[in-house]
Design a protein around this ligand. Structure first.
Ligand code: UT7
Length: 322
């Protein structure tokens, strides 16, 4: 059976790390409020020379090194982002150029915080059909550029960063073999007004700022994430007991706890980076995965559930034997 196997992971964060206390000097908020309501303690904020493209390139280089591959081995780049360097061309092509790949397929994909899950399903399908052999799948964002720093209900929640995986098509054993075992995606476009950016190329001609009704998003997030995780495990023919690690989208520590509880999974099985990175949208799942791999918690053979939910709404999950 042909499967897409994670050959390596990598990540990159902007140099500047901002604590809640530092933020509270500019914004009417406090370390206590942010920690209690979200679990966030730090976020990284991109400087003028750091962009979605530069962070994505650094994450991709780290993932290639971890996979023991060189850039020219890659024949597909799928980059999930809602904060591209330019309206066009795709930031994926900037990564391609920066990596020195003379020819490959490279495109961006936009599903906001679920973007990485969408990118994984797309790349998985392209590898399994044999169209491509080795893919870079990247989630990269600079949400600091679309935050309204006057809106304390949103600006404290987000950060910048990038994460990447190298997916390699391999023929593996039916049972117990490594690779992406199942993916499931959803979208429900009726919820635009709960989480959106109030500008755009074809409407205002501006970039716009992020707007969110946090409490409503929270409610949908817990329900949808628990449901899609259960659904995707069933697609893979597995139960929650088989899961070694949940690698979730990192929006709020309370969402991570509530979702794990709904599945009957102990919080020790959840990789948490929201305290260090805040919500980095499409970058958060691959950033968390790379953190878990590099600190030795996630080992070869472990069963992982990746999940995310975001604007649209969009949401999804992937079951992966690492
Ligand atoms: O990645 C996409 C998915 N996004 C999410 O999953 C986010 C989901 N939502 C959340 O994580 C939470 O709803 C928030 C963290 C955004 C907010 O937590 P909450 O417990 O729902 O608080 P709230 O919005 O209901 O606000 C409670 C109070 C309000 O004051 P009053 O009206 O009760 O007096 C806010 O004005 O907290 C106040 N508040 C703040 N206070 C200090 C809101 N933001 C802040 C702040 N600092 N930064």
């Amino acid at each position: 059976m042909r499967r897409a196997v994670i050959a390596g992971t990598g990540s990159a964060l902007p140099v500047r790390r901002v604590s809640n206390a530092e933020l509270a000097r500019e914004v009417d908020t406090s370390d206590e409020w942010i920690v209690e309501r979200t679990g966030i303690r730090f976020r990284h904020i991109a400087g003028p020379d750091e962009t979605t493209g530069t962070l994505a390139t650094d994450a991709a280089k780290a993932a290639l090194a971890a996979a023991g591959l060189v850039a020219t081995d890659i024949d597909l780049i799928v980059l999930a982002t809602a904060t591209p360097d330019q309206t066009f061309p795709a930031t994926a092509t900037k990564v391609q150029a920066a990596l020195g790949i003379p020819d490959c397929v490279a495109f961006d994909l936009q599903a906001v915080c679920s973007g990485f899950l969408y990118a994984v399903q797309v790349a998985d399908a392209m590898l399994k059909t044999g169209i491509h052999a080795r893919a870079l799948v990247i989630g990269a964002e600079t949400f600091s550029r679309i935050l309204d720093w006057e809106d304390r209900a949103t600006c404290v929640l987000f950060g910048d960063g990038a994460g990447a995986i190298v997916l390699v098509a391999q023929d593996t054993a039916d049972d117990g073999g490594a690779g992406i075992l199942a993916t499931r995606l959803h979208a429900d476009g009726r919820h635009n007004e709960l989480l959106y950016v109030d500008g755009g190329v074809s409407t205002t001609g501006t970039v716009g700022k992020l707007r969110m009704k946090g409490r409503e998003v929270f409610r949908h997030a817990v329900t949808n994430l628990a449901a899609v995780m259960t659904e995707t495990l069933a697609l893979a023919g597995l139960s929650a007991d088989a899961v070694d690690w949940v690698v979730p989208h990192q929006a709020n520590a309370r969402i991570l706890d509530a979702t794990a509880r709904k599945l009957g999974l102990p919080s020790e099985k959840v990789i948490v980076t929201v305290d260090q990175h805040a919500n980095t949208s499409a970058a958060s799942v691959p950033l968390a995965l790379d953190a878990g791999v590099r600190d030795g918690r996630v080992r070869r053979g472990d069963l992982l559930v990746l999940e995310a939910m975001g604007g649209g709404f969009t949401w999804g999950a992937a079951i992966v034997r690492y």
